[in-house]
Design a binder for this molecule. Structure first.
Ligand SMILES: *[C@@H]1O[C@H](CO)[C@@H](O)[C@H](O)[C@H]1NC(C)=O
Ligand SMILES: *[C@@H]1O[C@H](CO)[C@@H](O)[C@H](O)[C@H]1NC(C)=O
Ligand SMILES: *[C@@H]1O[C@H](CO)[C@@H](O)[C@H](O)[C@H]1NC(C)=O
Length: 458
């Protein structure tokens, strides 16, 4: 760009010299007059151009692009030999990182679509503007889609809309491509929380010393207290929206978490957790359990009666048939292939958005029905990894208070909590890696027993 600008000015000077050579007899007073007049015009044009450019750079890029074309379409054509003292075109505005349109879904950095071709009469100086590829989402601060991202806002911040985010995540590789193989695989721990992380101190101990094996994503509009800059949760919040518990906004939040986590090709397993969840094993055990598994963990049951099949809505036909309807826990574990399928779903999700209203709950029915309808049952263990106590009945599971937390109870949950299950086709009692719901006041007991019973936090 700079070179081009210099080139234009060089081209501009010689005609004047040529003029002087052609008319050697010209009066030197007149010459000085012409020269200073020309210099004044040149300075005025360049100065004006610089002021205009810096002004234009400070305003909305869409307006800027429009203005650029307006300026250029009214600018005179390049100096022709017949008019040597013609005003040069204004200096081309310096390239900006701004772009007129959101970046296209991308895998590899690609140049933005070329701006609309100017009318044939305009100069050609605009179309050569090269716009750097949009920055990758996991950058530590800097410019992103025209918005300055402060490092304190976190590595997971960006200003993509949900549509842009889902489109981009849908285009990500589903498995172990060359991009994924370059880095050790990680487990993405995705926290869907209501405003606080009461068990953050326990999770800190769980993650401590295992950098590189995990990534963390938090969906919360606000987080109190905000994570300290030394915390593993610092900068992990993704751009979040309000979640109405029981409405499809919850599933939208889960897809938002998945999409954000998919942008990092090293994430190979994806676990959804709530603020009331705690780990039952240490991170190396959780990591190898998930990484070695040949299946995803989406709870899936066909339950007759009003709380199961009764929640199916006939208007979901023909995309969703009654026989495809399933129910299950929302707290899933997924491999990368299923995660990409979930964020790419443009068939079942819109039907749920339109027709799943209480007593239909998207978080209990969407994923199980989707996995079942897509006939990917063989890739699913059909069970959740999160232990929960529904034995008390009602709309909400039992919640454990401080007094109920003891080593025997934790050991019992680690041993399947009375359940048996299969892992890669073999019987096991190691069915649950996480448990809920715990009340915040049970934190210090959990921290106390973690080293002896859960295998971390020494
Ligand atoms: C997972 O595989 C690794 C390597 O093959 C092995 O060391 C580890 O014990 C396995 N973990 C589980 C839970 O099977
Ligand atoms: C899970 O359920 C599907 C039916 O949707 C079935 O085909 C599959 O075998 C089940 N998987 C396991 C591990 O039982
Ligand atoms: C696994 O458990 C089931 C019952 O849950 C039992 O029928 C089966 O024989 C067991 N398989 C093995 C290999 O132990």
């Amino acid at each position: 760009m700079k070179g081009q600008q210099q080139h234009q000015q060089e081209e501009f000077a010689p005609p004047l010299l040529r003029l002087l050579l052609v008319f050697p007899a010209i009066n030197s007073q007149l010459l000085k007059l012409i020269l200073s007049g020309f210099l004044l015009i040149t300075l005025g044009v360049i100065g004006g151009g610089i002021i205009t450019t810096s002004y234009l750079n400070s305003i909305n890029p869409a307006v800027l692009i429009q203005l650029r074309y307006n300026i250029l379409s009214t600018a005179p054509p390049s100096p022709s030999p017949a008019a040597p003292l013609n005003i040069p075109p204004p200096p081309t505005p310096t390239p900006t990182i701004s772009s007129p349109s959101p970046p296209p879904p991308m895998l590899a950095p690609s140049p933005l679509p070329p701006p609309p071709t100017p009318a044939p009469t305009t100069t050609t100086t605009t179309t050569t503007t090269t716009i750097p590829p949009p920055p990758m989402p996991h950058m530590q601060g800097g410019l992103m889609n025209n918005v300055m991202i402060e490092p304190s806002m976190g590595a997971n911040m960006h200003d993509m809309t949900d549509e842009e985010l889902l489109r981009k995540a849908s285009s990500m590789s589903r498995g172990k491509g060359p991009e994924e193989r370059r880095v050790p695989p990680k487990v993405a721990f995705m926290f869907l929380v209501r405003g606080s992380l009461p068990f953050a101190p326990l999770w800190e101990k769980f993650f401590k010393g295992h950098k590189g094996l995990y990534s963390i994503y938090v969906h919360a509009q606000t987080l109190h207290p905000p994570p300290h800059h030394t915390s593993v949760f610092h900068g992990t919040t993704i751009p979040s929206k309000a979640v109405q518990w029981g409405s499809m906004s919850m599933m939208e939040a889960e897809r938002r978490l998945l999409a954000n986590a998919l942008l990092d090709p090293s994430n190979q397993r994806f676990v959804l957790l709530s603020e009331a969840c705690v780990p039952l094993y240490n991170l190396p055990s959780v990591y190898s359990y998930l990484m070695n598994s040949t299946q995803s963990f989406v709870g899936m049951y066909d339950i007759p009666g009003p709380t199961g099949r009764g929640r199916y809505n006939k208007r979901m036909r023909p995309q969703i048939e009654p026989r495809q309807w399933r129910k299950g826990s929302q707290w899933f574990g997924m491999d990368r292939a299923l995660a990409v399928e979930v964020v790419s779903d443009g068939v079942y999700f819109p039907v749920f958005q339109r027709h799943c209203r209480p007593p239909c709950y998207g978080d209990e029915h969407y994923l199980p029905t989707f996995v079942n309808a897509r006939s990917i049952g063989g890739r699913n263990a059909n069970r959740s990894l999160t232990w929960v106590d529904w034995s008390k009945g009602g709309a909400h599971p039992a919640r454990f208070v401080r007094q109920q937390v003891n080593p025997g109870m934790l050991a019992w949950m680690r041993n399947g909590g009375g359940d048996r299950c299969t892992y890669n086709g073999r019987n096991t009692t190691m069915c649950y890696l996480f448990a809920r719901k715990f009340l915040p006041n049970s934190l210090n007991r959990l921290e106390l027993y973690a080293p002896k019973v859960l295998g971390f936090g020494r």
